[in-house]
Design a protein around this ligand. Structure first.
Ligand code: PGA
Length: 255
């Protein structure tokens, strides 16, 4: 496999944090720190921050992201946001299937798949999140869980559409807990995902696929995780809310 063509992507996942005023301030702090980034940088912000964040980001290397979208084009779905609404705001990436959505809001592999298709059909790129719980890891089910999630999410997705997809491996037990997967654990699962994608599509699709690790990635552990052959970036929660920490992770991500 040749991974020299994969541009790493570091994405901040702000979750339900930052008012518009706070978002503007944080982006103004981040901007000078990541201006020479060797990787792609995305900020996945709350819906209410999208317009402010988009205006504050400016440069093409930094991409605006959202944290979810609905599968329907429009309709009676109170509280949801469509992919077209995001595209209109200049959104490039949308996070789909985050474990917090799966755990707290009944997201299933089927709804993840439907949301992905809606996003892709509106020209958005997808950051697809997969990951096992602690109980699943401890009972040796990690490969099975990951394979099932990836397979179901990619059902009906074409090889051409795979160019628009980033997969984030986020072990649920590592998210927001301060417990990071070891570089070896993370690298193993990311390699498994790439192997699966090769089986589902072909070697070229697998080689081009960018796979992020997420789960308590921080300024200290980023370099070791990002040095793994199959890890092409990070999806960063807590550390993305502090400009110097986020910038240090971005600096650690080189092609
Ligand atoms: P964390 O979150 O970096 O705070 O663990 C990662 C994520 O949920 O995407």
């Amino acid at each position: 496999m040749d991974f020299s063509n994969r541009t790493p992507i570091v994405a901040g996942n702000w979750k339900m944090n930052m008012t518009r005023a706070e978002a503007k301030k944080l982006i103004e702090e981040i901007r000078p720190l990541v201006k020479d980034a060797a990787c792609e940088v995305a900020l996945c912000v709350p819906f209410t921050d999208l317009e402010t964040a988009g205006a504050a980001m400016e440069e093409s290397k930094r991409k605006l992201g959202a944290q979810n979208c609905h599968w329907a084009a429009s309709g009676a779905v109170t509280g949801e946001i469509s992919a077209a609404m995001l595209a209109e705001l200049g959104v490039s990436y949308v996070v789909i299937g985050h474990s917090e959505r799966r755990q707290y809001f009944g997201e299933t592999d089927q709804t993840v798949n439907a949301r992905m298709k809606a996003a892709l059909s509106c020209g958005l790129r997808v950051i697809l999140c997969v990951g096992e719980t602690l109980a699943q890891r401890e009972s040796g089910q990690t490969p099975l869980v990951i394979c099932n999630q990836v397979k179901a999410a990619l059902d009906g997705i074409t090889a051409a559409q795979m160019k628009e997809i980033v997969i984030a491996y986020e072990p649920v037990w590592a998210i927001g807990t301060g417990k990071t997967a070891t570089a070896q654990q993370a690298g193993e699962v990311c390699a498994l995902i790439r192997g699966m994608v090769q089986g589902l599509y072909n070697e070229a699709v697998a080689d081009a696929l960018r796979i992020q690790y997420g789960g308590s990635m921080n300024a200290k552990n980023a370099a070791e995780l990002l040095a793994q052959y199959d890890i092409d970036g990070g999806l960063i929660g807590g550390a993305s809310l502090k400009a110097p920490d986020f910038a240090a992770i971005v600096a650690a991500a080189k092609q």
